[in-house]
Design a protein around this ligand. Sequence first.
Ligand code: SF4
Ligand code: SF4
Length: 417
Amino acid sequence: MQMIELKTQIDRCSKCGNCQSVCPLYGVQKRETHVARGKVFLLDRLLDGQISWTHRLSEIVSTCLLCRMCVTNCPNEVQVDRLIKAAREEACSTLGLSFWKRNAFRFLLLSAGRLNLFARLLWAYERSGIRKLARQSGLLKRLPWGLFEKESVLPHAASRAFSTQVPRVVTARTSRMLVAYFYGCMTNHTYTGTGHSTVRVLTQNGASVVLPRQLCCGLPALASGDRRTAERLARENIRLLNQTPFDYVVTDCASCGSMLKEYGGLLGDRASLAFSAKVRDVTELLAGPLGFTPGPFPFRAKITYHDPCHLKRYQGIYAQPRALLSAVPGVALIEMKQADACCGSAGSFSVTHYTLSTAVGGQKAANVTESGAEWVATGCPACRLQLERCLKAAGSGVSVLHTVDVLASTYGEVRVW
Ligand code: SF4
Ligand code: SF4
């Protein structure tokens, strides 16, 4: 999508400023360039030829969580997220990608083997005690290019990838449907317990699960303007998943789910449109066509739920996880203040804009703690990582888990967290 095609979106902006009151970034730093109105104004000047691409303009366009808070509160329905993505694509083709992103997207994400090797090295770095030593000695703080901050948001890596811990097919005792499980990079390398939870909950409720080979969904590349890499990943994932039949593609990652549902629009051919039409978030499937019957074990706790932006505002899924959690015996579901406010993670944003991301996450951590809950459940591994980091920084005792971890615990004997 070229920015010029979005001129109609730009023209819709009446400069009312409603977006100011909901933008999480404007909330922490009152800058007009952070908010949708300021960005739309600059992109309008760009299209008019009054300004041209500079690294400063590229940085302004990068400073957005793509959370869609402004979109849902805009009286003129300006599709700010689409504008920003189109602008990032232009910036990427005009100025190029940063060294870090270029290598992360085109070297790591395009190869499951290289990503796996990176995760194992990360695990060894942590397990050997080098990470702890480097932090305690203050060595990391002396590194250039903001490497200290980048390192501090790296997730923990599992000793073995989830994909190597499970068979290719797990059959339900009474099977009513066959689903292809897209577990995504973070469940595969960090939250492997959630992968087991998802398989357990699906099979317990009558879905046999195929675990196909897969690559990164491509969202990090697309959100950074690297459309070519995102398209390559989309095509390859469709090819890999289509090697086995399935009724649905199911995922427990809100970000992956929204991206898989976008493959049709991204590639525009019949195969990708058919593929996207079969994608379901795991809570969407369980609260919908599959159904969910909890097991005999209660989960006695007060739980609050954080809505991932990619689940609520990109996929319209917010009632389903709450209904499922409420169906678990023992759970007392408590609503926190602004449950659907962005946590500030936004994928690589937490790395590239560490200070802003941490400030937004701090607000979310305060709302979680204030709710009085003992646990916070969510449906996106990236949100989970950010919540864990920010709750820890705030000294909160609230623990984080995925919605399916709560559901799986009712069947007992499952590694949930
Ligand atoms: S709320 Fe919408 S119309 Fe109003 S300033 Fe923001 S983007 Fe423009
Ligand atoms: S998408 Fe979110 S972060 Fe970006 S301008 Fe809109 S409200 Fe602000």
